[in-house]
Write a protein that binds this ligand. Structure first.
Ligand code: ARG
Length: 474
């Protein structure tokens, strides 16, 4: 026999079976049992404090809730679908276990403020937990920092427009990804803590209009570590802004993961062969015996699409909803959990891949002098000799053209006389010397970088040091 629902008295018929499984959310909102119980313990504590229930009832409620939590954690608990959601399941079980005191718990409360609270608490835990999304982001960052450390001596081309640009240390690229994910960590932190939502507790909002009872919502707010009680009972039961922000943060992280995955997929091609990830993270082909495919990277790239879909689903569900609770809002959790699960598993997989990876110096270096990577460095050398940058740019541009015409593949193959002639023509007063050759060659160039955040030289050493400190890797 199904348990009786708390609202059954008003409804003439028992819920149709089809309707019951259609409206239920217990199959997924059971993930919030911890938060639901924590919220109820705070609520009962407040009710006793203001004299709405006795201290004895409060103690019975808290003890009952804790025993339910223990049973859920031990796997000794049946979630009854006929009770719809985690709120009704826990409350019904509490009444079953402790009788009348349990019937007082829902005083001044509605599932509408309860579910808003549970979700806010769940989102907070999603970042705060030791294996939460904040931790996973950090674990990935650490993997990039370790990769940077073992790649500091690898010089490689950087690309703009996917054309060879300037030489960089491979470590700088690894740290660029680390820095990109730092933004995600910060974003998750701010959103999950509720920084964007004023740290208001939804509890005490009731169904929509608050309560005529002497609830003191600042007490529950404090117990649950919110900054303040509800600002508007109507807003807090109707809003899912924090959920949207969270799924947006998931979408941003997924987008960053997708960009990184694509880059490494390109680097894994025979044409590039710049990066090697462990065999255990690749798969073969059922037909082509030689294949070694980066499927893990491809799935990380692809799953970003699921998370974008989640963001759009949530925004679309909220579109046009009148202000107040509407059952449509129940769909939020399905989406939030799905986005969280996708991003969490992608972050975990990404960290493992990065930890296994190395830049293939032996493939990168033989072609390093192709593409005139040192052209900008040469122009900057001319600047140090007093030549205006625009003029220097033109001189180097014509020198590159001259090399190509003469079948030379690198600027360093030109003689000092040839450099001298080109400079004299454009800037008669400037004088250059053999030190010019120190500004040429990818490896020399990387050592010369001096500007903040640059992709080699001292600035790179500083970045590496700062990341190790920031991520507790000393
Ligand atoms: N399961 C519901 C949800 O997730 C809880 C709130 C239901 N409130 C209601 N009045 N039916 O949104």
């Amino acid at each position: 026999m199904a348990n009786e629902k708390s609202w059954q008295a008003r409804i003439a018929e028992t819920t149709d079976k089809l309707a019951q499984s259609f409206v239920e959310s217990i199959s997924y909102d059971r993930r919030m049992y911890k938060q639901d119980i924590a919220g109820s313990i705070a609520h009962a504590t407040m009710l006793a404090k203001v004299g709405l229930i006795s201290e004895g009832d409060r103690d019975a409620i808290i003890e009952g809730l804790k025993s339910i939590e223990k049973d859920i954690e031990a796997g000794n608990f049946i979630f009854d679908e006929s009770l719809e959601d985690i709120h009704m399941v826990v409350e019904a079980e509490l009444i079953k276990r402790i009788g009348e005191p349990g019937r007082r718990l829902h005083t001044g409360r509605s599932r509408n403020d309860q579910v808003a609270l549970d979700l806010a608490l769940w989102l907070r835990d999603a970042d705060r937990d030791v294996t939460g999304v904040g931790f996973l982001v950090m674990q990935l960052q650490r993997a990039f920092v370790s990769l940077a450390e073992r790649s500091i001596g690898v010089v490689m081309p950087s690309y703009t427009h996917l054309q060879r640009a300037q030489p960089i240390s491979a470590a700088a690229e690894a740290l660029a990804w680390c820095a990109m994910f730092e933004r995600d960590g910060v974003r998750f932190g701010a959103i999950c803590r509720g920084d964007l939502d004023g740290h208001n507790s939804p509890l005490g909002s009731g169904a929509i209009a608050g309560s005529s009872l002497g609830l003191v919502a600042s007490v529950t707010a404090e117990l649950l570590e919110f900054g303040s009680p509800p600002e508007s009972s109507i807003l807090h039961t109707a809003s899912r802004d924090q959920a949207c922000d969270f799924v947006y943060a998931c979408a941003m992280t997924a987008m960053h993961l997708s960009r990184w995955a694509e880059q490494w997929i390109i680097y894994s091609t025979t044409e590039f062969s710049f990066i090697k990830i462990a065999d255990k993270y690749t798969t073969g082909s059922s037909m082509m015996p030689q294949k070694r495919n980066p499927d893990t990277l491809e799935l990380i790239r692809g799953r970003c699409g699921n998370v974008y879909g989640d963001l759009f689903a949530l925004l679309t569900i909220l579109k046009g909803l009148p202000i107040g609770y509407n059952r449509d809002l129940q769909e939020d959790k399905r989406i939030v959990f799905r986005a969280y699960d996708t991003v969490s598993s992608c972050l975990t997989m990404a960290a493992a891949i990065v930890a296994s990876a190395s830049y293939a110096k032996e493939n990168i270096e033989p072609t390093l002098e192709r593409g005139f990577l040192d052209a900008t460095s040469l122009a900057e050398y001319f600047v140090t000799k007093g030549i205006p940058f625009r003029t220097a740019h033109q001189i180097v541009g014509s020198l590159v053209a001259q090399c190509e015409k003469q079948g030379k593949t690198a600027l360093g193959q030109l003689s000092l006389e040839e450099f001298g002639r080109a400079v004299k023509a454009a800037s008669p007063d400037a004088s250059i010397g053999v030190d010019l050759y120190e500004a040429l060659g990818a490896k020399n160039v990387v050592k010369r970088y001096r500007s903040a955040g640059a992709a080699g030289g001292q600035p790179l050493q500083e970045q590496l040091k700062a990341w190790k400190e920031r991520l507790g890797m000393q």
